[in-house]
Design a binder for this molecule. Structure first.
Ligand SMILES: Nc1ncnc2c1ncn2[C@@H]1O[C@H](COP(=O)(O)OP(=O)(O)OP(=O)(O)O)[C@@H](O)[C@H]1O
Ligand SMILES: [Mg+2]
Ligand SMILES: [Zn+2]
Length: 501
């Protein structure tokens, strides 16, 4: 280490603590600002990219002050992962969740009372329990509470991609622990979601650290899934460095794909919520310990699992929303080296997912959420089927405007493949103009009978026109199509529609 570096560490207690406890010499963008705000008693909202180092923002203040930081986090697996990492660094940490054995709970209570705990992770529903409230009041009364942290804070917003009703109650924390600074953290929070976070968590004049969600080392590709995707999957696996993560939607699909890969000689391992805890631990150990593991999982896996050299994140189906996809793909390349994010989608994916969403609505709030979810799904499909820059489109969905990335498959595709579809678009719109709502299947058939192109082609074009908001589509999964007012305008005065085929 150079003299000047020594000097800066000597005069800078934050840098010294970072070096001493974590062994790192520099803060990442946004970290220092958030830490300083918390130490000064100010609330903060940190929107930093996936793998950007959000955890440090609330971990370091606890270490520096030798006090307690309480962290609300949505998943037990995520908490356990962080607790494990902290313990390995010699920082006292624990998580409090439903399945904690009584002996451990009592021990934890004692260590808390003795002020020997630095980080305590809580599932949001714990905040409803009087025992938890009492514990918080005690810690607060004893002057030990340094800060409160709400990780994955987008879960509080119905506009967010992973809404958790329990998160709504976190606002009560404020009353219990008045005067304690609160930091909310997320990698993907569109402006609307940020506003929800600030309002619902009652942040007081928070420091805002909003950094670009752009991950300049990730190369996105979204391709139509072939009838048998195995060759494409194998090729992608072969080309990728480091660990490889494959996402399937259902447990059944996870099992089936794991088997298929094993049959061709790959040491693939399955991970989903239906496995026994021991099996899950084994799968996780495999993923973290092997040199080039292949893990097939449902998307619940990966949140908080911090393996730096993931070279490939492959989705076997359309992700449910741009935000969710940014999170999931963000598990790739956390070491900053190039990594690939591949989506294999098909036109049936959205319908299947859409039906699943439509099945879940019993009351008004559910219906609103289902409506939002359908919209998110459409936006995701539009990005996959569109021919614009993937990264640009994904980031636009979280309210960020950036130039085309130059790395994704769409950017690499030659512009020459684009053509103007306005004439055929008019044919689709004209067919709809004669009816008051028409099912996609009927429309496809009618057009295929009259024109020489097949049903698949007309289906694709109709979906593009839904994405362009010239056609409306029913939310119930039945795919009834209606002409929108803009569609009528288009029929009177069409404009060019340039897309790749
Ligand atoms: N200042 C730093 N210097 C070097 N490495 C760091 C620094 N801060 C964090 N890291 C490392 O970066 C990785 C990502 O950190 P972390 O898990 O906190 O990211 P995150 O922002 O919470 O991401 P996600 O949104 O995916 O949860 C970890 O391996 C962490 O140890
Ligand atoms: Mg995190
Ligand atoms: Zn691009």
């Amino acid at each position: 280490m150079s003299k000047s570096c020594d000097a800066s560490v000597a005069t800078d207690p934050l840098a010294a603590a970072l070096q001493r406890q974590f062994g790192w010499s520099d803060f990442r963008p946004g970290q220092r600002e958030v830490i300083e705000a918390l130490l000064a008693g100010q609330d903060a909202l940190a929107v930093l990219p996936t793998g950007g180092g959000k955890s440090l923002c609330y971990q370091l203040p606890a270490v520096l002050r030798q006090g307690l930081v309480v962290v609300v986090s949505p998943l037990v697996a995520l908490m356990q992962d962080q607790v494990g990492q902290l313990l390995a660094r010699g920082v006292a940490a624990a998580c409090l969740h439903r399945d904690l054995p009584t002996v451990e709970r009592l021990d934890l209570g004692q260590r808390l009372r003795q002020g020997r705990m630095r980080l305590l992770y809580l599932a949001p529903e714990r905040l409803q329990l009087s025992s938890t409230r009492q514990m918080l009041e005690e810690q607060h009364g004893g002057g030990r509470l340094v800060a409160l942290a709400v990780d994955e804070a987008h879960c509080i917003s119905a506009w967010g991609h992973d809404f958790r009703p329990d998160y709504r109650r976190i606002g009560h924390l404020r009353e219990l622990c008045s005067g304690v600074p609160l930091v909310a953290l997320s990698a993907t929070a569109a402006p609307q979601v940020r506003a929800d976070i600030i309002r619902l968590l009652r942040l007081r004049r928070p420091l805002l650290q909003v950094h670009s969600a752009r991950r300049s080392n990730l190369a996105y590709a979204m391709v139509l899934r072939p009838a048998d995707p195995l060759p494409v999957v194998l090729e992608a696996l072969q080309q990728a460095r480091g660990a490889r993560l494959i996402y399937a939607r259902t447990r059944r699909a996870v099992e089936a794909w794991t088997q298929r890969l094993q049959q061709v000689g790959l040491e693939a391992v399955a991970y989903h919520a239906g496995l026994e805890p021991a099996q899950r631990r084994q799968a996780l150990a495999h993923f973290l310990g092997r040199e080039q593991p292949v893990l097939v999982a449902t998307v619940a896996f990966g949140m908080g699992v911090d393996r730096a050299d993931v070279g490939l994140v492959l989705h076997l189906e359309l992700p449910v929303s741009p935000e969710a996809y940014l999170q999931e793909s963000g598990r790739a390349g956390r070491d900053g080296l190039p990594a690939r994010c591949l989506v294999l989608y098909s036109s049936g994916d959205r319908i299947r997912l859409g039906w699943a969403l439509a099945a879940q609505r019993d009351n008004e709030a559910d219906r609103l959420r289902s409506h939002l979810a359908q919209r998110q799904l459409r936006r995701m499909e539009a990005i996959a089927e569109g021919d614009g820059c993937r990264e640009q489109a994904l980031l636009q969905a979280v309210g960020e405007l950036v130039a085309a990335c130059g790395r994704c498959d769409a950017c690499e595709r030659a512009d020459g493949q684009r053509r103007d579809w306005s004439e055929q678009a008019s044919q689709v719109l004209a067919a709809l103009a004669q009816q008051d709502g028409l099912e996609l299947n009927v429309l496809k058939r009618e057009l295929a009978e009259r024109q020489h192109q097949g049903e698949g082609h007309w289906g694709w074009l109709a979906r593009r026109l839904v994405q362009e908001e010239l056609i409306a589509e029913s939310d119930d999964g039945a795919q009834r199509l209606y002409l929108r007012p803009t569609g009528r305008t288009y029929l009177r005065r069409p404009w060019p529609l340039h897309w790749a085929a």
